[in-house]
Design a protein. Structure first.
Lengths: 156, 156
DNA sequence: TATTGTTATACTCTATAACTATA
DNA sequence: TATAGTTATAGAGTATAACAATA
């Protein structure tokens, strides 16, 4: 990872550009910037629906796994159960999610989408599908997207 | 992005695995998980040196661009100048960075690495080189790394 | 004893407004 | 007027400890 220090930044007219190659060539740095960029777009698109990335994931996950405990949903997403409480509470207050006391385990809450929650998610997923389409276009097609996902997988 | 709901999660023995495909196939989600994973490794390796990713970037950037203003370094990294103050102050207190009052512009500080800062950075970069090597190995070689960086670039 | 949901709390990161001294 | 650095502050996101109810 040695940088070439033999050629200093060539002074141009007024302001001189910075040497950023040593920083921007790092995998972690580039991953962070790309992730921030994608999330920025998500936030812009979902500002109207007042939905954050984590909330979207939770809704999708509950829709695909109705009746699961809070702990189970939280763990899959890497969210601490203590922090998950606030997140689910917000979704419940908006009438999107129901916390049904579990019959088998009186300690647990079974999570379900309400009818409104399902309708909301359908809308959200339609918007997100558009966003993913744009992302795929940015990447250069479905094959490029698949390639990216495969590479990202190896980093986990 | 329609999910297939015809085949419900097959019930196994005790606990049943969750359906996570709809969530985990999203580019943003996978980017975030991969980025977190890479940063976790960084934090583990650099815990001993008490150096955070942003601080590492700042040191590298100052080393390659000595004498630049705080605003310039901060902007390249996407850090607000207000938050950059605390970051640089920490590095200065550790004796790694010097804030030299600029001669041309009395408002500005020119940033430099101290001798200790340079020695420290050399060490840090050696460790980071190892970390990048491991990352490249994870990805499957330098070609795979180049491919990943190219794909990430298209998302910005 | 262990687990579920919860509260309280703290720490990092990030964002904005407002001030000062210079330009 | 605008900019550089700074302070104060507020909001997310994340982490841990401890508790009550239940297993």
């Amino acid at each position: 990872m040695r940088r070439n220090k033999t050629n200093p930044p060539a002074p141009t007219e007024g302001d001189t550009a910075l040497r950023t190659d040593a920083t921007t060539s790092l995998v972690g740095y580039r991953l962070r910037r790309a992730q921030l960029s994608v999330f920025q777009k998500f936030l812009a698109v979902f500002d109207e629906l007042k939905l954050r990335p984590a909330e979207f994931s939770v809704l999708v996950l509950i829709d695909d796994n109705p009746g699961r405990k809070q702990t189970e949903i939280a763990e899959v997403l890497g969210i601490k159960r203590a922090n998950f409480v606030t997140l689910v509470h917000g979704l419940e207050e908006r009438g999107l999610v129901e916390r049904v006391p579990s019959l088998e385990d009186k300690r647990a809450n079974a999570l379900h989408l309400t009818a409104e929650g399902k309708a909301f998610l359908t809308q959200a997923q339609a918007r997100h599908a558009q966003l993913e389409e744009e992302t795929v276009a940015q990447l250069g097609g479905p094959a490029a997207r698949a390639q990216l996902l495969a590479l990202l997988d190896r980093l986990i």
